[in-house]
Design a protein around this ligand. Structure first.
Ligand code: ITT
Ligand code: NA
Length: 181
């Protein structure tokens, strides 16, 4: 079996590819992109993106809209995570968190799947953690060096362990369950 994943993010793709590999599904990256709605929630962004790409490519596709929701910042950067990562980066996010005692945060991944002429369906995965005091680790991508889970950041724990418990893994497990029905 095969699945097409529309994403320009190499880190997302590599993680999803190894998770799919374990299910004997070959994952193919399409970097053509899709319009991203401005919404407070990730679900409508993933749903719209999957539908748009399925109609454009005329094949079944999946997308992954994800984000880091920091509680002390009222959920920021959330749906703006890619923009914030590109514009200011982890160091400045840590600076925004300098005086904050509440360091809790949630990583979310919403997988959107759509077949041409059908409605999109979405699967949400979440993992709770803490924003670290400094960047730690060299693995992963994006916000991984500042997202701490059980005392280590996602950039410290390594791909295999991250893929067992990440927001992306949890969303994909729901997707696999749906696919197998
Ligand atoms: P697409 O082409 O798939 O849209 P993107 O990088 O623009 O790629 P998003 O719009 O979903 O992706 O933005 C999510 C942001 O959160 C982006 O900066 C990612 O690097 C980051 N991110 C997502 N999942 C992550 C993870 O598992 N670990 C660290 N950072 C992550
Ligand atoms: Na994006």
């Amino acid at each position: 079996r095969k699945m097409v994943f529309v994403t320009g993010n190499k880190g997302k793709f590599n993680e999803a590819r190894s998770i799919f590999e374990a299910k004997d599904i070959e994952l193919i990256q399409d970097t053509g992109g899709y319009p991203e709605l401005q919404e407070d929630e990730l679900e409508p962004i993933a749903s719209f993106g999957a539908k748009w790409a399925a109609e454009k490519l005329k094949i079944p596709v999946m997308v992954d809209d994800s984000g880091l929701f920091i509680n002390a910042l009222n959920g920021f950067p959330g749906p703006y995570s890619a923009f914030v990562e590109n514009k200011i980066g982890n160091k400045k996010v840590l600076r925004l968190m300098e005086d904050e005692d509440d360091r809790t945060a949630v990583f979310k991944s919403v997988i959107g799947y759509c077949e041409p002429a059908k409605e999109a369906i979405v699967f949400t995965g979440m993992v709770e953690g803490l924003i670290s005091l400094e960047e730690k680790g060299t693995g992963g991508f994006g916000y991984d060096p500042i997202f701490e889970y059980n005392g280590r950041t996602f950039a410290e724990i390594g791909d295999d362990e991250k893929n067992k418990l990440s927001h992306r893994r949890r969303a994909l497990d729901k997707f696999f369950e749906w696919l197998s029905k």
